[in-house]
Structure formats: C-alpha cells, structure tokens
Design a protein around this ligand. Structure first.
Ligand code: ARG
Length: 563
C-alpha cells in the first residue's frame, strides 16, 4: 500500500483537474515532526491558479476532502496535514511483512534486465587494498539491491592482470626471484621484486628496456613469459580468494584485462573506420576536446595498448554478451576522468548504449586519520583488518554471552559484518576513517548493533514460542510502536531509492533507524505481558526481525540468530 499515493489521490479528487495525481504526488512532503502529521501538501502550489492565499486554499480543500481512511486531515497555515489511521496502517504493514517475509520490498522495476557490475578488480601481484575492499563490498551490495529491484546483476572481477608492469615483474623475478620464495608468500614476494625493480631502475635505466621486451613477448604469446604470467596470476588469485571467502563474496566472472588481449585489434580498427584515431607524438589518440576532456591514449609508440583500450574492448564485450540495461563500474573517485573518457570514446564510436554506463565512484578510507597507499609503504593488508575485527568480536562475545554456541562462527559473522557495515553506512563518495574499536562496537551506529537488535528480537520470539504467532491478529494501540511501524512500511521505497542512487548507505541508514526505533519501543513496552495485544506485539517483533535480516542481507552482512 502506497500511502503517499492515497494522499495524492485524495487531494487530486477535490482539485477539479487542476493538478494530476502524479503532480500532486511529487509535491507532497513528509513533515519533520510527527505532530504535523504523516504527509503534508503545500497549498501554495495552487496559489497562482486559484488566485487565493494558500491559507484560504488549505481551509477550503480540507472541507471538501473525504476523511475516511485517515485519522484526521487538518489545515495548518499554508499546509494540509494528513494523519494516517494508525491502527489500519500498522495492521496492514504487519500483515504484508509476515505474508511476504524475505520477499517484502521486492519489486520488478528492472524487468529482468541484466546489469554487469565491475567490482573489486585488484591488480595481480599486489596486495588487495582498502580501496579494493570498498569496491568489493559496495559492488556486492549493489548487486543484491539491483536484484531486489528486479534486475539480474552480473558480478565481474575485472582483474588488473595485464599491462607493462608484468614486463617489469618478469624482469625482476628473473633477476632476483626464486620459485620457493614465491610459493611460500606469493603476494609479498612479488611485491618485493616489483618494488626492487623500481629502486634499481633509477640507476640502471636499461632495466626498463628489458622489461619492455618482456611485455612485448608476453603480448606476442611467448611461452616462457606466458607461463610465468599464468603462475603469478594464479598465485595472486588464490590469495585474493581467501579474502573473498572471508567476506562471503563470490563473482560471476573473473575475466580480467588480459581476457581482452585478442579483442584489441577490433577496437582499434573500429576506431580507424570512424576516423577517430589521430597521431600525437608517435602515439594513437582519440581527441576529446569537444567533451572538455584530455585525449584518450589508445596505443603507445611501441604499439602496446593501454588500460582504456582494454576497457573499450570490455565495454563492447559486455554489451554483446549481456545486452545490458545498465553497466556499472564500482571504482574509486580518482578514476572519474578515465570513465568520462571511456564513455566519450564509446559515444564517438556511435554506441548509444554508452549512456547506460555508470561509473559508481567512492571516496578514500583513512586509517586513524592517515591516508592509505601502497607507494608510501603504508600497506594495509585487508586480511589482517578482517582477522583483527573477528578477534575483537570474539572478545566482546566472550564478555557478553560466554555460553554462546557456535561462538566462532558468530564472531566471524559479527567481525566481518562490522567491517562491511562500516564501509556501507557512509555515502559512497564520502571519505571516512577506519578505527577498528569503533567499528566493532555493539552500541552506536554499527553493524553489530543492528545484528544484536535483530538477535534480541529472535530471542523474544523464542521465549514466546514463535510458532503460535497469528499474523492476522495485529492491531496495536500503543503509540510507542508508531515509529517502528512507519519504518517497516518505508522499506519498499528505501529499496527503490538505494537502487536509483546506487547507494547501499540508504539501506544501512534504514537498518540503523529501524533498529533504533525498535529498541526504543522495546524499552518502553512489556512485549510478553499477557493481555489482548500480546499476539499483535509479537507479530511486530517478528516483522522487525524479518526486515532487519533482509536489510542486512542486502548489505552482504549475515544475521546471527543469537549473539
Ligand atoms: N585494477 C584497477 C585498479 O586497481 C581497477 C579496475 C577497474 N575496472 C575497470 N574496468 N577499469 O585501479
């Protein structure tokens, strides 16, 4: 039931066609304070056509309005305030949630259209960074949110497994590396070789020539180069997968940059056919002046292709493979220009679907106030952050609930959930600080707080014997329940808003709000008291549990039954 729609219809029906239901709908506001009602219509929207003071209009319209279905409708200055019938409203929400269960909030707006989501995409032979963590958890949540809106998401890990750096890595490995070392500690060793290459090539520039040769060999399919590259790739992937397992995140495709190697010629000839390639200091570029962008560098002097060339091939491949309705790229804000260029070049190539490509950028994470980066050596290993979070969760569980069964599993769900939730509760583009103690707290705006609230709801239901709850007996007269009922009712719209803005934080904020309002209700009412509304209260508790669990699921966070 869309109550805003009901309000819009009610108003529109007394306007003699001055404003359509849709127009009224867009003008309806939600008052800041509940004592001003649940919805308000600003009568000054009609002042021009009715040639009257808005206060007068509000007065007159209220007299004409059919109040049935509302608790009351009253004028307040230039506004008309609508108060919903709380009992009917509450009863409807509970009935809907309990009959639809985890399907509650599902819609078919996406009509089954496919949405590839480029996410995580770390670089081979380097540690996965906090930035990649952000991309992974934002991308995963977006895929769940898109599916909840009737789309079919495809999670793609566009691995950074190609480029001149592999020439450097092979060179370094051949000079200083050993098989045993790499096997024992792949990522760190490979990184070490790579860093050493950059130190030594300051004095020995010939190293760069050797590296360029190796990359050329790799591009030409040389056997030794290919074997080494494959090995580096699979070792790196193994270590990435450990982290993905910990996060509980899977991918539908691991087609990285290298996959597009044999698709580059086609891209280049498409660009040539459209006369888009220009020579600039020996390199081939696409001029993007009319977009106010720097030229896109497609091919270097030595013929090597670039990051953007591979992205062009990938975009075209995804269009052909998935016939997508939207194509998302969850990549840090530092690549905004890259994606602008990508879209502009595709547009120049005549692909209208370039409008359906959306870069979904996000901000930086700082650790206790300091910027994280690989270059400065402040490598923060994601794996360690997750392990620390799990340990911290364990300590808290030991304190609060020493007899908990499956404590290990719950500590994992809480620790990892805390890191994910913290990442997602802020608007994507905000930068935020990461302080582990704060992230894993059971109180405040944290994932564990939401999980804890939901586990508490489950424990009430266990005490009551939840099998006996009747979803039809659901009328609650306690005004304390109102906030919670309203939060529950808003969930389907929250799901839509999160998809429209590509913003998991909309879901996270909703979960916090629902948890808070429920805890307030819980503190002020005797849920298990034996009176006429006991069943209705338990039905509300069950509804809260269902929706909190579903909201957490959309973030990629698990909800333990007990904690
Ligand atoms: N590997 C890149 C990096 O770590 C991110 C790739 C993002 N995806 C893309 N299609 N360009 O910076």
């Amino acid at each position: 039931m869309d109550y805003k729609q009901q309000v819009a219809q009610t108003i529109s029906s007394v306007l003699d066609g001055q404003l359509s239901v849709e127009d009224v709908y867009t003008k309806i506001e939600v008052p800041k304070e509940t004592k001003m009602g649940d919805y308000a219509f600003p009568a000054f929207a009609l002042a021009k056509t009715m040639h009257k003071a808005p206060q007068m209009i509000a007065q007159e319209l209220v007299e004409k309005i059919d109040q049935a279905g509302f608790e009351k409708v009253e004028p307040a200055g230039p506004y008309i305030n609508f108060f919903l019938d709380k009992k009917v409203f509450g009863s409807n929400v509970i009935k809907t949630v309990l009959s639809e269960k985890e399907q509650y909030g599902q819609n078919e707006d996406g009509k089954g259209g496919q949405v590839p989501i480029d996410m995580s995409s770390p670089n081979i032979a380097k540690p996965i960074s906090m930035g990649h963590l952000r991309s992974t958890v934002i991308g995963n949540s977006l895929s769940l949110i898109m599916n909840k809106n009737g789309y079919k998401s495809v999670k793609i890990n566009h691995l950074g497994d190609w480029g001149t750096q592999f020439g450097k890595l092979i060179t370094a490995y051949k000079l200083w590396g050993s098989e045993e070392e790499v096997k024992a500690d792949p990522i760190n060793k490979l990184l070490e070789y790579y860093v050493r290459f950059h130190q030594e090539d300051q004095e020995k520039p010939e190293l760069d020539d050797i590296a360029r040769d190796w990359f050329k060999k790799l591009e030409d399919g040389d056997e030794e180069a290919t074997e080494l590259w494959k090995w580096f790739r699979s070792e790196s992937l193994k270590s990435f997968k450990q982290i993905y397992d910990k996060l509980g995140i899977t991918f539908d495709s691991y087609k990285g940059e290298a996959f597009y190697n044999d698709k580059m010629d086609e891209v280049v000839s498409m660009l040539e056919d459209r006369n888009l390639l220009k020579e600039s200091r020996g390199a081939q570029v696409v001029d993007l002046e009319k977009y106010n962008l720097n030229p896109a560098l497609i091919k270097k002097t030595d013929g090597a292709t670039l990051y953007i060339t591979r992205d062009l091939a990938a975009a075209i491949y995804r269009y052909r493979t998935y016939d997508f309705v939207q194509s998302l790229y969850v990549v840090g804000a530092e690549q905004i220009n890259h994606f602008k260029q990508l879209k502009a070049v595709l547009k120049e190539m005549g692909f209208d679907w370039s409008d359906d490509i959306h870069h979904v950028p996000f901000g930086l994470i700082t650790l206790n106030g300091k910027k994280l980066s690989t270059r400065s050596g402040r490598v923060v290993l994601l794996d360690e952050v997750l392990d620390d979070a799990i340990k911290l969760a364990q300590t808290q569980i030991d304190e609060k609930n020493p007899d908990l069964k499956n404590a290990d599993k719950v500590a994992h769900q809480v620790g990892v959930g805390a890191v994910i939730f913290h990442d997602l509760k802020n608007e994507r583009t905000n930068s935020f600080d990461f302080n582990l103690e704060e992230v894993v707290r059971f109180e405040g705006e944290t994932g564990p707080y939401v999980q804890y609230t939901r586990a508490r709801a489950e424990s009430i239901l266990r005490k009551a014997g939840d099998a006996s709850i009747n979803a039809e007996d659901n009328v609650i007269s306690d005004p304390q329940a109102w906030e919670t009922l309203k939060a529950l009712e808003s969930f389907p719209n929250v799901v839509k808003k999160a998809a429209a803005q590509y913003e998991p934080s909309v879901i996270a904020k909703f979960a916090l709000h629902l948890a808070k309002s429920f805890n307030k209700y819980y503190a002020n009412s005797k849920i298990l008291a034996d009176d006429a509304e006991k069943n209705a209260r338990l039905a509300l508790v069950q509804s809260v549990s269902v929706v909190l669990k579903e909201a957490l699921r959309l973030l990629g966070v698990e909800a333990p039954e007990e904690m």
